[in-house]
Design a protein around this ligand. Sequence first.
Ligand code: DX5
Ligand code: ZN
Length: 218
Amino acid sequence: MVKIAPSILSADFAKLGEEIKDVEKGNADYIHVDVMDGHFVPNITIGPLIVEAIKPTTKLPLDVHLMIENPDQYIPAFVKAGASIITVHQEASVHLHRTIQLIKANNVKAGVVINPGTPAEMIRDVLGDVDLVLIMTVNPGFGGQSFIESTLKKIKQIATWREENGYTFEIEVDGGVNVSTAKQCVDAGADVLVAGSAVFNQEDRTKAILDIRKACEM
Ligand code: DX5
Ligand code: ZN
């Protein structure tokens, strides 16, 4: 079954612990944490302090998406704060292979992510090293944006390379995922769907998560 990773970017930050418990109760698989630095993306969000604060509120893995420059500098702090998966942007990592090894050396799962404008080819040489590949289906920076259809062929390409090489990484998609767009992502090869506004902007989060899963099975 497809995994759902609610993005807390669209949660109520005044009661973040309760919001996380609510989606855990609603059978979410990961908690997606969007870290933005105001440089790599035009928004500033969460740092290691918040990750540390939310860690004891859930048993679910914290899926930390770093949208920051110089990720190497901050990886140890996010490990210490309790990240389970750390995903870095190819566009922000000058020495991508080294950064992935740094994450793995800290016994945390390593992910790599590419923007809608970045070809799959740019991460081909690290696909054997990662636990997760995240395909951005919007330009990163904000929740609630519209799904970019042209990213679908990239999901398929990554899934094909995984199959051909026997790789075991998960394919995750992030941005504009909702009941209307989820199925095409899964059909293209996605295993994990990040959903921010489609989950947290709904009154009943259990139903919201279930509705996305059901949409994928139709
Ligand atoms: C975008 C973030 C996403 C965002 C998704 O920069 O990486 O995780 O929260 O939000 P929705 O699901 O509302 O597009
Ligand atoms: Zn994200």
